[in-house]
Ligand binder design. Structure first.
Ligand code: ATP
Ligand code: MG
Length: 330
């Protein structure tokens, strides 16, 4: 069976974008792969985080992974900082990555620009740590949203570089993106991606938003003035984004939705979508509460995940260190 790895940062509460672009696909393909799902808290600290909030978001993210339908008997769910091999392998890969290629990453450029207290170096060296996350598990596929495409490309290049310089040790991963919904856009600015770390709450729907609040955010989402419910990403980014959200949470196709709202205005369309989002969140949050409130169950899953992940990761790390001549040979 091939191996799948993916991670989400506890940098806030996951949004509908994270659900549609990542969590939903994890759920759909979990039985086809040996799966490792990681709460990447060491990536989250590449921008400033509050200590208590980070802890809380980490637990919430674990419960959100499970509420999305992951089978915890089968998949490995764990916290990055609890498996030190990630940082160790990350350092190794940092030494074979050039500053030039890191400076070209759009995530770095976007996030660096928002830092008021100087740019943390970790924001620049994020991709080799992400490459380490992936290669430690001999990963074949990485299901992610469109925004991570560039980082996966870099990972593939770094793997080639490592393998040609040292021994052919690392597995080269492929990206896996959903056909629809790989980039859910901000509700107030549909030319920007929806992000959980956005300062403006109106831009995103968090999976733990109070359902009525989420419904209001949908109703006040920015659209256009021509009043036709039609998918046209270039000219109607707002409506197109809402159509993708609608389709993803109801499994009605875009075409069906366009037909359903032919001759109707945005009011009807947004009103119905707001109801669907509300229904979706109510069901999701019931499942979330079960795992979040059962502290012992959650801890047991994360302990088991840490042990299994460490076992696999340490084996790959050892091979990497040996290949490079680090430490003593034993
Ligand atoms: P942050 O703002 O802290 O970077 P984020 O919302 O971008 O948060 P990440 O933890 O960086 O979330 O990414 C988790 C997963 O969600 C990744 O697979 C990423 O590609 C996916 N993802 C992030 N934003 C979107 C989006 N707007 N649409 C679809 N997928 C997304
Ligand atoms: Mg992100």
């Amino acid at each position: 069976m091939e191996t799948l790895f993916s991670g989400i940062q506890p940098s806030g509460i996951p949004t509908l974008g994270n659900y549609i672009g990542a969590l939903k696909q994890f759920n759909e393909i979990q039985h086809d792969y040996d799966c490792f799902f990681c709460i990447v808290d060491q990536h989250a600290i590449t921008v400033p985080q509050d200590r208590l909030k980070l802890r809380e978001n980490t637990r919430k993210l674990a419960a959100i992974y499970l509420a999305s339908g992951l089978d915890h008997e089968k998949v490995t769910l764990f916290i990055q900082s609890e498996v030190p091999a990630h940082i160790q392998a990350g350092w190794i890969l940092t030494t074979i990555t050039s500053i030039g290629e890191l400076e070209r990453m759009t995530q770095y450029k976007d996030k660096a620009q928002k830092q008021s207290q100087g740019i943390p170096a970790g924001l620049l060296t994020y991709p080799p740590l992400m490459a380490a996350d992936i290669v430690l598990y001999n990963t074949n596929i990485v299901p992610v949203g469109d925004d991570q495409k560039q980082h996966i490309e870099l990972t593939r290049n770094v793997v080639d570089r490592f393998n040609s310089k040292y021994n052919d040790i690392l597995t080269k991963p492929s990206i896996h993106m959903p056909k629809f919904g790989a980039r859910i856009m901000s509700l107030q600015d549909p030319t920007k991606k929806m992000s959980k770390s956005d300062d403006n709450q109106k831009n995103f729907i968090s999976l733990l938003d109070e359902p009525n609040v989420a419904a209001k955010k949908i109703k006040s989402a920015v659209t256009d003035s021509d009043g036709i419910v039609k998918y046209d990403k270039e000219n109607k980014p707002g409506i197109s984004n809402l159509l993708v959200i609608y389709s993803s949470i109801t499994s009605k196709s875009i075409e069906e939705l366009e037909a359903q709202y032919e001759g109707k205005g945005y009011g009807d369309f947004k009103g119905d979508l707001a109801e669907e989002v509300k229904k979706f969140l109510i069901t999701f949050q019931e499942k979330f509460n079960y795992f979040y409130e059962n502290k012992e169950v959650l801890d047991e899953i994360l302990d088991k995940g840490r042990d299994k992940a460490s076992f696999v990761a340490n084996k790959t790390l050892k091979k990497m260190e040996n290949a490079m001549g680090l430490g003593r040979k034993r």
